[in-house]
Design a protein around this ligand. Structure first.
Ligand SMILES: NC(=O)c1ccc[n+]([C@@H]2O[C@H](COP(=O)([O-])OP(=O)(O)OC[C@H]3O[C@@H](n4cnc5c(N)ncnc54)[C@H](OP(=O)(O)O)[C@@H]3O)[C@@H](O)[C@H]2O)c1
Length: 121
């Protein structure tokens, strides 16, 4: 089993965290709001823990469960703390009217995240 860290405490973090714990993985929740992180960890149960936002996550797998508009800054804030981690991008880099992508025409969300993350993430 793996240790999976989730950045964010919204609907997707709750859904993925719950399923990961149910499957027997260890879950760590981190958020810019420590109270929300503790609340979600308690909701997930199964020994889920919380980590300090911006500090190196405990998990080797890190789910980026924040809006695309925030994810590049979040990844930069974690910086070398994400070195060697498997980053899972679930973001939807689309405009609010859902008619276009917000990424450069020759790129895509995960590619932009890769550029912001440590080289070996
Ligand atoms: N791939 C898929 O099938 C799928 C489906 C649905 C959603 N998504 C994507 O999954 C991601 C999360 O969706 P969601 O529905 O869980 O969203 P949500 O309920 O709005 O939760 C967003 C989370 O991101 C945090 N956040 C927002 N801005 C932040 C910032 N600048 N710095 C740090 N944390 C920030 C929020 O923290 P606060 O509570 O403190 O604001 C919250 O914990 C989004 O990118 C969404 O597009 C993907």
């Amino acid at each position: 089993m793996s240790t999976i860290s989730i950045i964010g405490t919204g609907g997707m973090a709750a859904a993925i965290g719950g399923l990961a714990a149910k499957a027997g993985h260890t879950v760590e929740v981190t958020s810019r709001d420590a109270v929300k992180a503790r609340t979600l960890a308690a909701q997930i149960g199964a020994g889920a823990t919380t980590g300090a936002f911006g500090a190196a996550p405990a998990g080797d797998i890190v789910i980026l469960a924040v809006p695309y508009s925030a994810v590049l800054d979040v990844v930069k804030q974690y910086g070398e703390g994400l070195a060697g981690k498997v980053l899972v991008d679930i973001t939807n880099p689309v405009a609010s009217d859902h008619t276009s992508f917000v990424t450069p025409g020759d790129s895509f969300g995960a590619k932009e995240i890769t550029k912001a993350a440590p080289a070996d993430a």
